[in-house]
Design a protein around this ligand. Structure first.
Ligand SMILES: [Zn+2]
Length: 280
């Protein structure tokens, strides 16, 4: 009997096993990137065949996980609907349960620890609208948890998250205005005030541009903000203009929000402004 060396491991064996292209493809698909010879020893063959089985188990597990996440992501709509029904019926603790489930769902979908949601996780364009939903959830939770001293910590968490998410949404002026009214009747006004303070620190946001571009994170909005800080705020006349602008822009932004057909012309005007002035 003639003996030969396995081209893969170098062991001397009596017989080599064929690895046909179909098998090689399966091995590669299972995540094995090595360049395989046409024949290997039985030992190598068993190893490689085993890697296919392990690879497909991992693949199936990964697929099931993705499937579960997709189902969870879809389930969030129902949770929000339920919560809003409870809100309307003033069943606040039931609403809070639904809202907390909603947040839990997002944490699982985005693979983050409890309390770990951040606006950055929603950057993917298909999900930026969810930022407004999340901000709305934290705003409701803030008010729900204000009803009892026992929820002080939860209220603080909600306030903190609200501050984090709200500035990326077009409901920023609306909710800060509501919060200013709410602080007068809140049981824990200090928590609401902390939120408002944080919100006001980021108030130098252009409401009109944000309404027109539907997001605080739009590159045009960011450019306009930089222009304000770099150019306008450096002169007395510029500062006066910025002050005047911030006084009248929230109502204008509200009009734009309520009449979406105005968004395109306002966007066009702002882009013109960016090209004429901001870029220089
Ligand atoms: Zn071998």
């Amino acid at each position: 009997m003639s003996e030969m060396a396995c081209p893969r491991c170098g062991n001397t064996v009596a017989e080599l096993q064929n690895i046909d292209p179909a098998l090689a493809e399966k091995i590669a698909k299972a995540g094995n990137s090595e360049v395989l010879p046409g024949q290997v020893c039985l030992n190598c063959f068993t190893q490689l065949a085993g890697s296919i089985a392990r690879g497909s188990v991992l693949h199936a597990r990964e697929k099931a996980k993705e499937q579960r996440k997709l189902m969870l992501w879809k389930s969030r709509v129902g949770l929000i609907k339920n919560a809003r029904v409870h809100m309307n019926n003033k069943a606040f603790s039931d609403a809070a349960v639904q809202y907390e489930k909603y947040i839990k769902v997002l944490e699982v979908v985005f693979d983050v620890k409890p309390g770990g949601l951040t606006p950055e996780q929603f950057k993917e364009s298909a999900r930026t609208q969810e930022l407004t939903v999340v901000a709305g959830v934290y705003w409701d939770l803030l008010r729900i948890y204000d009803t009892s001293e026992n929820y002080g910590e939860r209220m603080r968490v909600a306030a903190n998250k609200l501050g984090l998410f709200l500035r990326y949404t077009p409901v920023f002026p609306d909710i800060t205005r509501k919060a200013e009214a709410f602080v007068k009747t809140a049981k824990n006004p200090a928590v609401v005030r902390t939120f408002l303070k944080a919100a006001n620190e980021s108030k130098g946001r252009c409401f009109i541009a944000t309404a027109a571009f539907s997001s605080y994170a739009a590159p045009e909005v960011v450019m306009l903000q930089e222009w304000r800080d770099r150019v306008l705020l450096q002169s007395k006349a510029g500062r006066a203009f910025v002050q005047f602008y911030y006084a009248f822009s929230p109502p204008v932004a509200r009009v734009i929000d309520s009449m979406p057909f105005l968004k395109a012309p306002v966007r066009a005007f702002l882009r013109l402004l960016i090209n004429r002035a901001v870029r220089h």
